[in-house]
Design a binder for this molecule. Structure first.
Ligand SMILES: [Zn+2]
Length: 202
């Protein structure tokens, strides 16, 4: 229910968007990795660059910043929150031969979709877990077998939380990643909904 609140039911753009979403790309994993890489820091113009940051405390403990497509050790426990919290809904206006497009585009549409997918719950609940899982798949360059095999540490700090969320058993990994990608696709928007634009213009 909640996910449709932001849209006007009879908005033609909304209907076009629904039609588009009914036909996801044949290879969702390829789409996902391409979209992730397109938002990697080196591909984005300087003012909107996203960089991983390391606090002094983390630096003392040997934590290194992880950026975009620089793979290596995925320190997803810490980096996912930073990745999605850093103004993912910022927009930019495209210019076509001098004339500006009237509608803004998300500078980071994939990141915005991951934020929507994650919602606001603690990491040990379904949607934040799915979003983190996908982020890890991106960091590991699409190797979902390895990405989903690993456990995750929940950062919610609640007493009832077991703190460590186990990895997905091998027979379920393909289903899990396909379902997570399908849900991510339904959250993916290149342009912000019209209502948001009106609000921000007011
Ligand atoms: Zn938890």
């Amino acid at each position: 229910m909640r996910r449709y609140n932001r849209d006007t039911p009879y908005d033609p753009e909304h209907r076009a968007s629904l039609a588009r979403k009914a036909q996801p790309p044949k290879n969702l994993l390829a789409w996902f990795l391409e979209a992730y890489r397109a938002e990697a820091p080196e591909k984005i113009h300087a003012s909107d660059v996203w960089r991983d940051r390391v606090s002094e405390d983390e630096a003392r403990n040997g934590v290194q910043a992880v950026g975009g497509s620089l793979l290596g050790t995925p320190r997803t426990n810490d980096t996912f929150r930073r990745y999605i919290e850093d103004s993912p809904f910022s927009t930019e206006v495209a210019e076509y031969e001098g004339s500006k497009d009237r509608t803004g585009h998300y500078a980071f549409p994939l990141r915005a979709a991951l934020v929507r997918l994650a919602g606001r719950g603690p990491d040990h609940t379904s949607y934040p877990f799915l979003a983190r899982m996908l982020y890890r798949v991106a960091l590991m360059d699409g190797d979902y077998e390895s990405a989903l095999a690993q456990s995750m540490k929940c950062t919610c700090g609640r007493d009832e939380c077991n703190a460590v969320i186990p990895g997905v058993p091998q027979p379920l990994r393909q289903f899990a990643v396909e379902e997570a990608l399908r849900r991510l696709w339904t959250k993916y928007e290149v342009e912000p909904p019209a209502r948001t634009l009106r609000e921000s213009a007011a």
